[in-house]
Each structure stands twice: as C-alpha cells, then as structure tokens.
Design a protein around this ligand. Structure first.
Ligand SMILES: Cc1ncc(COP(=O)(O)O)c(C=O)c1O
Length: 455
C-alpha cells in the first residue's frame, strides 16, 4: 500500500509505456537530432545511447516528439523527484515569473518562508543557509566555508565520488585528461568502503571500516601537510552507481573528524529532498554533518541549490558572502518552497521508503534469476544494478550495461546508464503498480540481453 496522494500523477500501469513508432528514437526525433547535434557537442551517454527528443513531461511519464510515451525512471538526472511539472511547483514558478524575477540577494517573502522551512526540516543544527544556482556552485561555496571556519586549506574526498565540474569541485573527483590543468593544490582522494568491492574485510567477511580509517590516518600523516579542513563525501555515491556505505562508516568517520578538528561536509546534491526517503540521506546514518549541499530535487527542475552550515560556523558562512546573480531569486525560492510543501502534503517521504522496500524485494528476486546481476542496492528511490561477467570474479560487464540500457529504453523506459551499472532514480510520486511496470521492463531487457550475449 502506498501513502502517496499525488493524484495528478496517477496513471494506470497498463497505459504506459505507449510506443507509436516502429523504432525508438522515431523519425521526428532523428530530424531534431540532426539539427541539434550539428551545433551542440558533448552529450552524455544517457543521450548518446538512446537519442530521443522529448517534448513533454507529466508526472511519471515523458513524451517524445513522435508521440511515444515513456515511463520515467530517471527524473531527468535525479532532478524531477516529484515527477515532471508538478502543478504546485509549476504554478509557484509561473507566479514568481510574473511578479518579480530578480532582486539580487534582498529578502523577499517567499525567500524568507523557504529559509524558515529549510531550518524546520533539517534534523541537526544547520542554521546558516546560502542559496545558489547549481550543485557545483553550492559545493564550491561549501569548500570556502570549510576553509574560513578552520583556517585550514586541504580537502580529502573519495575515489569515484562526484561533486561538479568547476576547478575545486572537479578536484574532489576523478580526473580525466580533459578535466583541465589537473587537481588543484591541496585536494586529495582516498578509497571509501564499497560493500560489493571492499578493500578491507574482517575474517567474518564484513567490511572492516576501521581499516579504512586507519588508512586515512596514515594518509593524512604521509600525504598531506596536516592542514585538512574537511572530508567531503556523497552520502551515497550517485554517479559511481548507487554505492551505499556500510552502516557504521559515517558514525565512525564523524568521530574520526572530530578527533582531528576536521569538518565533515556531506554533498547531498543528489541524495536529498526525498530521493532516499528522507530529506537528508545522512539521516539514515544518524550522522550530523557540519556542511551540507543541496541541489537537483530541491527545486524539482528549477535550478536552485543550497548550502547549509552548522550553527557553530555561522561566522564563517557570513565571511564568504551569499551574493550571486541568480542564487535565491524569487522563482528559485518559489520552486524550492513548493517542492518541500508537496513532499509534506503528499506524504512523499513515506512513499519513497515504501517504494524502496518494493524495489529491494524485486531486485533481490531478479538477482536470483539472472546470473549477470552481480549486485543490487537501493534506498528509497535511489537504486543500482551492477552487471558482471562472472559472479566469482565480479568482472564488470559494460557491453551488457549498454545493451540493457538501450533495450529497456526502446521498450519505453527512460533511465540512466553508467557503464556496467544501471542506475534508477524514479520520481517518488509513483505507486507500487507503476514501479512494477518499470521493473518488468528492466527484467525483460536483462533476460533478453543475457541470452544474446551467451549467458
Ligand atoms: C553529488 C553531486 N554533487 C554536485 C553535482 C553537481 O551539480 P550540478 O550539475 O547541478 O552543478 C552533482 C551532479 O550530478 C552531484 O551528483
């Protein structure tokens, strides 16, 4: 049973998907792509592998320019958590667009209401708030706060985490030859525990989180100047393929940081605002960060992000100044406030948790049935399926990942690829029957591709 009251988004599972062209993408998509792709370059693999051109979105569905209707398991890219064009959010943005679009960082009634609401939903003591316009700018601001608060300049982040694409944000993640001039000075990376591919285990096979922390200790001593301002982590790795830490990792890391006067910055751009069934994913781990960044689902499609800082460091946040051209503009604040109100009014945190239980059961059953599935993981509506060539060696199976992504898309499921890992971020407004429709498509695609690849 679901507690969702998102009637505007309700749809009969038998009604979706609806495919009207012989091939996906259809001919009109192809025409638009010829035009668009002759100018814009650098599309994501999500687009390259299935270049459909979308015309409309409503709730849990997306419609392309040929009239094909897809079930959406992507939320764009973890963004439209409440489904596409929630009427309350769209109306709030439209009203602001007709009333006042920008007044720098002056307060407005809707901004004040948003700030009060944010202070009310956060479970810790994150009373210092600034508003930004992308996840990356919020992360950059978070780093500045950590420096201002500690007087220290270095950062430690984790292998395969992703935090954005500008100078310092990109220095927190995996570098590629095209990332620019290389990692900025004072940015270091360490491995974090991946329960499916652990580096350190105890004799009973459990993840040895203490061994990770011992490594961090040694790393700080040998690789840094000792002036570490903060550990910066995603609570759950999104881009890396929905990788969840062991339960004891964050509580122990919190203690580790406290003992060394290091701040803990949780980049919740992807994981917050109901995605995992809580406003903040760190709530699952009962760990209070010092700095938090929010984005994506925060405005449910409107570009609005935030950084929140613990009461203790309010002076530091004051020192870095909240002024930007677009951060906290009235449309952005209206979108974010309406999104939180929708989550509250429609009981969507509970619905996301309920869906998570359904996904967990269903994915576990799928894993039993299909040997190319090495691992499945889920919290709320954030999920991943890891495909492997062999369960013993855990060798990644990127060929299967690509084909399963494309096959499911061609069957009418919009979702997110990541090499050999299939990523799912369905809107949290769906019910179990619609979620089941999406999982049926995924399972069919996995079964077909496994046979085609000789498994
Ligand atoms: C955890 C995390 N932080 C930061 C970012 C950057 O956000 P944006 O793309 O809005 O700049 C992303 C984007 O995917 C993200 O997943």
């Amino acid at each position: 049973m679901t507690t969702s009251r998102s009637d505007w988004a309700r749809i009969e599972p038998t009604e979706i998907p609806q495919l009207v062209t012989e091939t996906v993408p259809g001919p009109t998509s192809e025409q638009y792509n010829r035009r668009g792709m002759s100018h814009m370059v650098g599309y994501s693999s999500q687009v390259r592998l299935c270049p459909v051109v979308f015309a409309r979105g409503h709730g849990v569905t997306l419609t392309d320019v040929d009239g094909n209707v897809y079930l959406d398991f992507s939320s764009g890219i973890y963004v439209t958590t409440l489904g596409h064009c929630h009427p309350k959010v769209s109306e709030a943005v439209a009203e602001a667009a007709q009333t006042l679009m920008n007044c720098h960082d002056f307060n407005t009634p809707v901004k004040v209401e948003l700030l009060e609401k944010m202070a009310q939903i956060q479970p810790w003591n994150l009373t210092g708030i600034q508003l930004y316009d992308s996840g990356t700018t919020a992360v950059e601001a978070g780093l500045r706060v950590c420096r201002a608060a500690t007087g220290k300049s270095e950062f430690i982040s984790c292998f395969m985490d992703f935090h954005g694409k500008t100078g310092h944000a990109v220095s927190l993640g995996k570098m590629t030859p095209a990332s620019g001039a290389g990692r900025s000075q004072g940015f270091y990376m360490v491995p974090r525990p991946d329960p499916y591919r652990p580096l350190f285990t105890r004799e009973d096979g459990s993840i040895d989180t203490d061994a990770y922390l011992a490594l961090y200790d040694q790393f700080i001593e040998c690789a840094t100047t000792g002036e570490v301002a903060a550990f910066v982590l995603e609570p759950v790795q999104g881009w890396a393929g929905s990788v969840f830490p062991p339960e004891d990792f964050f509580p122990k890391l919190r203690q580790f940081c406290d003992e060394r006067d290091i701040l803990l910055m949780a980049d919740e751009v992807l994981t917050s605002m109901g995605r995992t069934g809580k406003y903040f994913c760190m709530e699952h781990y009962d760990t209070a960060p010092d700095v938090v960044t929010l984005g994506k689902g925060f405005g449910n499609g409107f570009p609005v992000t935030a950084m929140m800082v613990s009461e203790k460091y309010r002076d530091a946040i004051d020192a870095i100044s909240a002024s930007t051209s677009y951060g906290g503009n009235p449309m952005a604040c209206a979108a974010a406030l309406a999104s939180i109100q929708v989550i509250e009014e429609e009981g969507l945190l509970e619905n996301a948790l309920d869906l998570g239980e359904y996904f967990a059961d269903r994915m576990e059953t799928m894993k039993q049935a299909h040997p190319i599935i090495g691992d499945v993981r889920v919290k709320g509506c954030l999920a991943g399926v890891e495909l492997v060539k062999d369960r013993d060696t855990k060798e990644p199976f990127p060929e299967a990942g690509k084909l399963v992504y494309q096959r499911a898309f061609q069957k009418g499921l919009a979702w997110v690829p990541a090499g050999h890992i299939l990523r799912m971020s369905p809107p949290i407004v769906m019910d179990r029957a619609v979620a089941a429709r999406g999982m049926d498509i995924i399972e069919e695609a996995i079964a077909e591709v496994a046979i085609e690849l000789g498994y």
